[in-house]
Design a protein around this ligand. Sequence first.
Ligand code: ZN
Length: 263
Amino acid sequence: MHHREGIQIDLRVVDPDAVGAALQYFTGSKDHNVRLREMASRRQLKISEYGVFDETTGTRIAGATEPDVYAAVGLPWIPPELRENGGEIEAALAGTLPALVTADRIRGDLHAHTDWSDGHHPIETLIEAAEARGYEYIIVSDHSQSATVARGLSVDRLREQIRTLRGLQPRFKIRILAGSECDVLADGALDLPSEVLRELDIVLAAVHSRFTQGRAEMTARIVRALENPCVQILVTRTTWRTSTTWSSASRPHAGRGSGPRRC
Ligand SMILES: [Zn+2]
């Protein structure tokens, strides 16, 4: 099937007895499922997308729910986000699976765009949606002037946006933060002068150009941007995978410093 926004969707209809097994099987990852199959085979069981079966008799042991599938191989249910064979099976066996962040724990958003740059919605729509979700705070962090394809804001436009946000605040309970996703120029300087950045609540620094720079040059560029006392957050694209050591991943991060540095 094709979603009207162009996303391809594979729809699979399975027996109610196999829903859990199918969900588990297609969620993956491959490495995680290989481990489960090994554990099953040690118990003379066979796991497939149709269920967990006794290898000799072919009797179905489990399959209707994911917890049943995991229980059949001696494991507690493992959340899909952790299924990477990155230590989660050992943690599950030891009873030390970490508690994942759930949607109700999210207190706000520190990176959001509006139709002032390349976002889809007006500022009010963003703020109303954030408030409707129960957020305590929402940032407006549109692009800066160098990001021309993203219709980045000039100094004057940004100042106009800050005034707009300050003017909207009394109408809302949610805290509205004025921010900028400010481009880091090729030499590590920021795209907006410090006197403007100082008027913002939060500055996000982002590299959107000259990706072909060598490692040393790019590192120096980012270090210089981070040394700018106006910057609180580095925006970067990343493909995060489960850590292979659980000691660091499961431990809550210690607070570092107290609030943003003043620039
Ligand atoms: Zn952005």
